[in-house]
Every structure is written in C-alpha cells, then in structure tokens.
Design a protein around this ligand. Structure first.
Ligand code: SF4
Length: 380
C-alpha cells in the first residue's frame, strides 16, 4: 500500500518572509517532544496500515530537519526500520538549512543512515537571502556543502529560487554559476510564488514593480534549463535537475503515484488501495499532538479517489516528469487509451508545441514544462 515514508519536522529558527509551509519558529523543548510524537505516530500508523514491502525511501522534510540532533534522527530511522523495514538501497534524505549545520551532526546523520542531503541554498546573493528572510549567507552554504562532503555524503542537492524581488537576470546567472561550482548531484529550481497570508503578500502585492515581470521570470527558468543541461544535468522534472543516476527517488515516487505515508503535523499520505486513498494530517501542531498523545491518528479530509480522480492524477503527475506518461501503462491501469480519450487536446497541444507524442510516450516539451498549467487543464 505504501513504499515511501515522509517525516515532517515543523520547526525553523525563524519564519522566512515568503514561506507558506507548515513551519513555526522553534521553542527549544519542542524538538524532543516532536521527535517523541513522531515515533508514537509511526507506531500508530504501523498498527493501522500494513505494507508488504520494505520502504524504498524515507524523507525528513520541514521546516528544518537539520535542527534535530544526530541521535534524534537515528532514533526516528531506527523506529521506521523496525516497523516498516528499509530496502537495502533505500534512499534516505534529510533537508538541511545551511545556517544550522556543523560537522558533528552531519557525520551523525550520515552514520545514522541518511544517504542524501538536500541543502536549502535558495540564492548565493547575500542581499537576496536577506530579502527572503533567510538566516544563512552564501558563504555558509558553501561551507555546509563542504562539511557535508567531509561527513561522508556523496549525494548532495541544492534548492534555488528565482524570480526574487529586485533580482536581475545577471543575479540569477551568478546564482546558477555559484551552484554549479559546487558540483551538486541534484538541483531543484523554483520560481518564487507570493503566497497568501505571508509577509511577502503584504510587501509585494500583485503587479509590484519589485518583482520580475512574467517574461523575465520565464526567461530565468529557461536560463536554468539551458545552463544546467549544458553542464550535464538531466532536466528530469519541471523543477528538478540531476546528474545521471541521481534523481530524487522519493520525489519520483510522488509523481509515479507510489504509495507514501506522511507522519507529522500537516503531512500528507497516499495509499495504493482501490483507486487510491489520500489524506492530510491536522496541520496545527497542538491539535496534531493532542491526537497522537491520545493514541489517535490525526488524519483529516480522507478521500477515496474515484477512477476519474486517479486518471487525472496519473496524467498531471506523470507529465511533470520529462519521461512523461507511458500510453500502454495508462491503458493497462485504466482500460482505455489516453490518446483516444484526449485526442483533440493532445493534437492541439502538439500543434502549440507544448506536447510530444511518440511511440509509447506522451511528454511535455521544454516549452510545455514552462507552461505546464496550460497543459494540465486540458486533461481535466
Ligand atoms: S527555512 Fe524553509 S520551511 Fe523554514 S521558514 Fe524558511 S522557507 Fe519556511
């Protein structure tokens, strides 16, 4: 029913101005309490849901999981291993904030079984980092990267954001060059979105002059594609680039609709049962914690997918990946031909240069990756 596990650590040193993730400024005693509750929730989930195969990947995300001590990470992974089993080659990723890491905990994470580190660099421009409200500097990112290598990590990824307030194309090219100089295995590249109820929404209302316009933002994403692919990275998903063999297996699982269990406040789960079952956990930390303390899972909004829900998800998740969708795989899963059902939409999107359809695969073009939302609505 699931082969992947996500553990959510909802704490950060402070909240960044653009952040709409489920994260809050840390009060120190809460880390150990959270760790304890995550262990308890894993026990409750293991009693409720069985899995017939060991986990292929575990992802510690947040928030800032690198606030955890190595001993806490070790306890979480030992619990997951004993309850669910880990495949011998399971990918275990931890998200780290460059401003929070030193050599000892990084070494401890590695020894605890973390195989992949994802560093939230976001930018190598100190002024832009300050605008974002990040605590770290570019030099701390470089130092965190080197410490991670010293600790034993051979698989290190970086996250970058473009389309930042006052950011120019030259700034962005420097960010890409600085990231490439570190030779990470993996790069995630996101365009800034201004989310409601964040300080950025007040500071940068729609149409604000400080934000790059639509054309410049699109050009920045095109620049990322051309410079990273020229450097040998595979643009394997709309926002993700990897050296050969270094794709994020965990995230590929999301796009391929593998089952996953989400543990922690606000974490989402998807089980492969029937057409699929999805739910989210209570996002509010206290409400989530109270449920777990009372030996109850904190699931809300459980949804059993219909065939049509599953079919739509299969298309718009699968199309996110450069490999696209297997037309035969679709026919096996849904008993009908995708290219027949959506023949008109596919034809028009091909004409517009947004889709390619060859042999068994339906894929977004480079242009389609930039305009993916315009493609996805045609398959609803
Ligand atoms: S570090 Fe990440 S999760 Fe935490 S507040 Fe900043 S953007 Fe949000």
């Amino acid at each position: 029913m699931f082969s992947r596990l996500y553990l959510h650590i909802p704490w950060c040193l402070r909240k960044c101005g653009y952040c709409a993730f489920n994260s809050r400024p840390l009060e120190p005693h809460q880390l150990e309490q959270t760790c304890h509750l995550l262990l308890q929730e894993m026990e409750l989930a293991a009693a409720a849901w069985s899995t017939n195969q060991p986990l292929q990947s575990v992802y510690l995300g947040g928030g800032t999981p690198s606030l955890l001590s190595a001993e806490q990470v070790s306890r979480l992974l030992a619990c997951s291993r004993s309850l669910f089993g880990h495949a011998d080659d399971a990918e275990i990723t931890l998200e780290a904030n460059p401003g929070t890491v030193t050599l000892d905990p990084l070494t401890g994470y590695y020894q605890a079984g973390v195989s992949r580190l994802s560093l939230g660099a976001q930018s190598f421009n100190d002024q832009l980092l300050q605008t974002l409200g990040r605590r770290h500097t570019a030099s701390e990112t470089r130092s965190a990267f080197q410490l991670a290598q010293q600790a034993g990590f051979s698989s290190i990824g970086l996250d970058l954001i473009c389309g930042l307030p006052e950011q120019t194309m030259a700034d962005w090219q420097q960010d890409l060059a600085a990231a490439l100089a570190l030779q990470p295995d993996h790069l995630s590249v996101y365009g800034l979105t201004i989310e409601e109820d964040t300080p950025f929404a007040g500071r940068y209302p729609a149409g604000s002059d400080a934000l790059p316009d639509h054309d410049l933002s699109a050009s920045m994403l095109e620049e990322a594609d051309s410079s990273l692919t020229a450097a040998g990275y595979d643009h394997y998903e709309i926002a993700n680039f990897a050296r050969p063999g270094c794709r994020s297996q965990h995230n590929c699982g999301y796009w391929q609709r593998d089952g996953y269990l989400g543990i922690g406040p606000g974490a989402h789960s998807f089980l492969r049962q029937g057409w699929g079952i999805r739910w989210g956990n209570q996002g509010d930390f206290e409400t989530w914690a109270a449920a777990i303390q009372n030996n109850r899972l904190a699931a809300i909004e459980q949804q059993e997918l219909t065939r049509e829900d599953a079919l739509s998800e299969y298309i718009f998740l699968g199309l996110r990946m450069a490999d696209g969708i297997s037309l035969n795989g679709f026919a096996e899963e849904f008993g009908e031909r995708l290219e027949h059902r959506f023949s008109e939409a596919i034809h028009q999107l091909q004409q517009a240069g947004l889709l390619t359809c060859s042999q068994d695969r339906l894929c977004l073009t480079k242009q389609g990756m930039l305009l993916s939302n315009q493609v996805f609505v045609r398959f609803l």
